[in-house]
Design a protein around this ligand. Structure first.
Ligand code: PGA
Ligand code: ZN
Length: 419
């Protein structure tokens, strides 16, 4: 069914960190309106599509998005409003062509992705199907993803001394999505008690995880295993497994990894991960090495790939060409999927198809700066990719996504869990 857009409008609003982002609303000819909220990262990969910021130091420290909003309300609206749009690809390709840069730097990836997400919702509405079904490619089985709850925050997401950015718990063994969410919330509560008992502050980082003043990642892992056990679950792939996102690009300087006061080579770092995988139920490591340490990534994948999921985030930036390079060079064995890293829903689905076709695992992801938009819950479900990370089971913008999954499951029984 073709789409005719009657109106398109972007407004500068706030994200979950209190920084400006875009809310895009799209009006159909029959008067119905759909919206999209644009996410924003803090530990971004250098090859991500470019988020357009005003750079005016008088407003929001230069982070305003009035220029990007003006691009939606001006050039993009002129391009799309009143035209017969055959499908989502037509919408996205028109914007990519009009932008004319390889990185969406002129119109802004934040402007383009907001319109792309709203357009996907408009097509779903026209087809009278839920968004997850619209996003489900032909031949794939929709599936509720195993949630990866980020319960301890460090790195650039928290003001503590912890170098690793994310410690996630993943109820891989849960029978249903609702039970997985319950497990995540119960372990989160048990973790709060453990931390408080040990005298740590239980304030939260950007993604809703606790941000204790613990320095060594192994000490966090010990506490996590205790919290899983306290809550009555078994640590491991049959129960609750652990996933890490060290976001190593952030602590890689001058060819060395700086972790808990130590300066480590790539091989030292790989050995450290190997010891963690031996000792703790760590099933997945994202950005274990830096985005410009491809040789290290290849050695990491050789060493740990057979038994550990190794997810490229900064390394691969959801870009089909870069993911293809990762596949060819055997650097990583899974891709993190973030809509705004590549800038359109169409390209995101293309990257996901590439992973599916080559047997790579994939995990859909929020950004550290989020809105109440729940698009990624539908994306992870419709594509059947099996994994979603969207922060702690706390903070409204994170919980909104988990709640959306619960609602999808309540409306339609779908298989649950990692593939
Ligand atoms: P970001 O972090 O959204 O701040 O980039 C998330 C991640 O590294 O996965
Ligand atoms: Zn990451």
């Amino acid at each position: 069914m073709t789409l005719m857009i009657a109106g398109l409008k972007a407004v500068e609003v706030l994200d979950s960190r209190g920084r400006p982002t875009l809310a895009v609303s799209l009006r159909l000819r029959d008067g119905r309106t759909v919206r999209a909220g644009v996410p924003s990262g803090a530990s971004t990969g250098s090859r991500e599509a470019v988020e357009l910021r005003d750079g005016d130091p008088q407003r929001y420290g230069g982070k305003g998005v009035l220029t990007a909003a003006a691009h939606v309300n001006g050039e993009i609206a002129e391009l799309l409003v009143g035209r017969q749009l055959a499908d989502l690809t037509a919408v996205d390709l028109a914007m990519i062509k009009a932008d004319g840069t390889a990185t969406k730097a002129r119109l802004g990836a934040n402007a383009i992705v907001g319109v792309s997400m709203a357009a996907a919702r408009a097509f779903a509405l026209l087809a009278d199907v839920p968004l997850w079904r619209f996003l489900s490619p032909a031949g794939t089985t929709p599936r509720l993803p195993a949630p990866h709850f980020n319960v301890v925050n460090g790195g650039v997401h928290a003001p503590n001394r912890l170098d690793f950015q994310e410690f996630m718990i993943a109820p891989l063994g849960a029978p249903t999505l609702a039970e997985a969410v319950r497990a995540g919330a119960e372990v989160y509560a048990a973790l709060r008690r453990r931390l408080a008992d040990k005298g740590f502050a239980t304030g939260l980082g950007d993604e809703g995880g606790f941000a204790p003043e613990i320095e060594a990642p192994e000490d966090v892992l010990l506490t996590l295993v205790d919290a899983i056990t306290d809550a009555g679950y078994s640590p491991g792939r049959d129960g609750i497994a652990i996933a890490l996102d060290p976001a190593a690009s952030e602590f890689y300087h001058d060819g060395r990894y700086h972790v808990a006061g130590e300066s480590l080579s790539s091989d030292d770092m790989i050995a450290r991960y190997e010891a963690m995988v031996d000792r703790f139920p760590v099933w997945s490591i994202e950005d274990g090495l830096a985005e410009d340490d491809w040789d290290g990534w290849i050695r990491l994948t050789e060493r740990l790939g057979p038994r550990t999921q190794l997810v490229g985030d900064d390394l691969l930036v959801t870009n089909p060409a870069i993911v293809a390079e990762g596949i060819a060079r055997r650097a990583a064995n899974a891709a993190l999927i973030k809509l705004n890293q590549v800038g359109t829903v169409t390209e995101t689905l293309e990257t996901m198809r590439l992973c599916r076709d080559t047997g790579w695992a994939q995990m859909v992801s929020h950004r550290s700066g989020e809105t109440e938009d729940t698009f990624i819950a539908d994306l992870a479900t419709g594509t059947g990719c099996g994994q979603l990370k969207t922060g702690a089971p706390a903070r409204g913008e994170r919980v909104a996504k988990y709640n959306r999954l619960i609602e999808i499951e309540a409306a339609k029984h779908l298989p649950y869990g990692v593939l």
